[in-house]
Design a protein. Structure first.
Length: 251
């Protein structure tokens, strides 16, 4: 197989995407899928390529967080199991039906959650915080569904929602990253069944960059202070939602 001239670009995209995802709990899939679709790749192919690479990067990232003690086991399972079901349904829907009407709903939700997280970063809530693993099953299902359809969003939906409740970013990010592996694996199997393996140079580039960035990001999140990380998450979600909204409006 000959690697195309854009291979180095895909490596860089995968590296930067994984550094952000591993340190802030989101944006690997959104970043990579946005680049691929901007180059004209159909949404289903872009999502399939990103999830094929992300199967490996999310596994390394999740293992790194587990080793460093960033994972809450109860939260992991309560996100992973419904997320796998939602991801399977989303992959099957994307493979067989156009779902453009979902994107503006995701944009609105992400924008609202980004604002809420940013406010919480500078004005922490004095209300009682729900247990970390409380009432997250529907969240996991919806996040898995939208992640498969949009090529990303698992971390953005889960991390922003949980941190908006006031939880410590370290355990939210670690648990969300770890639970992403079984969800991504399920989505990848569904896409492989529908399309087989295509655009292997893209998958390998994203994979290589992600593998380099995953352990570095897991180490960063252990030592970064909580409030600046929450502020960064809020700003990131707002920017991503505005970019996605602009792309949808002009599509």
């Amino acid at each position: 197989m000959e690697l195309g001239a854009d291979f180095a670009i895909f490596v860089l995209v995968g590296l930067l995407g994984q550094l952000v995802d591993g340190a802030l709990g989101m944006a690997y899939g959104l970043t990579c899928a946005s680049v691929l679709m901007a180059q004209g790749m159909p949404p289903a192919m872009a999502s399939a390529s990103v999830h094929a690479a992300e199967t490996f990067t999310s596994g390394i990232s999740g293992a790194s967080h587990a080793i460093l003690g960033n994972v809450d086991r109860k939260l992991f399972w309560r996100l992973a199991l419904p997320g796998m079901l939602g991801g399977l349904i989303g992959a099957l829907l994307l493979s067989h039906a156009p779902l453009d009407w979902i994107q503006p709903l995701v944009v609105i939700y992400l924008l609202a959650m980004g604002v809420l997280v940013l406010v919480r970063a500078w004005r922490p809530s004095t209300q009682a915080i729900l247990p970390l693993a409380s009432k997250v099953t529907p969240l996991g299902f919806v996040a898995g569904l939208l992640d498969a359809i949009g090529g990303g969003g698992w971390g953005a939906l889960n991390s922003s929602t949980l941190m908006a409740r006031g939880h410590e970013p370290r355990f939210v990010i670690g648990s969300v990253n770890a639970s992403e592996f079984p969800v991504t694996l399920t989505i990848s199997i569904a896409f492989f069944t529908a399309f087989g393996i295509q655009h292997l140079d893209v998958v390998l580039g994203l994979l290589l960059g992600g593998l380099i960035g995953a352990p570095i990001a897991a180490l960063l999140v252990r030592y970064l202070p909580a409030r600046p990380v929450m502020a960064a998450v809020g700003i990131l979600v707002i920017v991503l939602s505005l970019i996605q909204g602009w792309r949808w409006w002009h599509s």
